[in-house]
Design a protein. Structure first.
Length: 123
């Protein structure tokens, strides 16, 4: 077997940055930060518009339950809110009707004062 030739490449030596390089890079960073700020504002506006549309599409869900800082968060909160609404609806269907006090007796005009007081107090 013949030995393989190994080639060692030398790395170019790094040269120190000049003041012009530093200024150019600083300007590029500032420009990128401005773009990031604009994109962040644009995203927040898009998410707010999506939340508003989600509220309109889900009118049977309380708007306070639809929240989030991203579209995925808004979608998840809609799912949770719809599940909650369904739970409430189901519990209302199975719950007994509220108890209503039934009036006893006839007209209050024929009652004595004591009877009126007793009736008012629920005795």
């Amino acid at each position: 077997m013949e030995p393989k030739e190994t080639k060692i490449e030398s790395k170019p030596t790094e040269q120190p940055l000049t003041q012009t390089d530093i200024e150019r890079l600083s300007t590029a960073i500032i420009e990128k930060e401005a773009v990031i700020g604009q994109l962040t504002e644009s995203l927040a506006g898009a998410v707010a518009a999506y939340r508003t549309a989600s509220i309109a599409r889900n009118a049977d869900v309380p708007a306070e339950l639809i929240v989030g800082d991203s579209i995925a968060d808004v979608d998840e909160s809609v799912k949770r809110a719809r599940a909650l609404v369904e739970q409430v609806r189901a519990s209302l269907k199975t719950a007994p009707p509220p108890v209503v006090a039934v009036r006893r007796g006839g007209s209050i005009e024929v009652m004595t004062t004591e009877e009126k007081i007793r009736r008012g107090l629920g005795f």
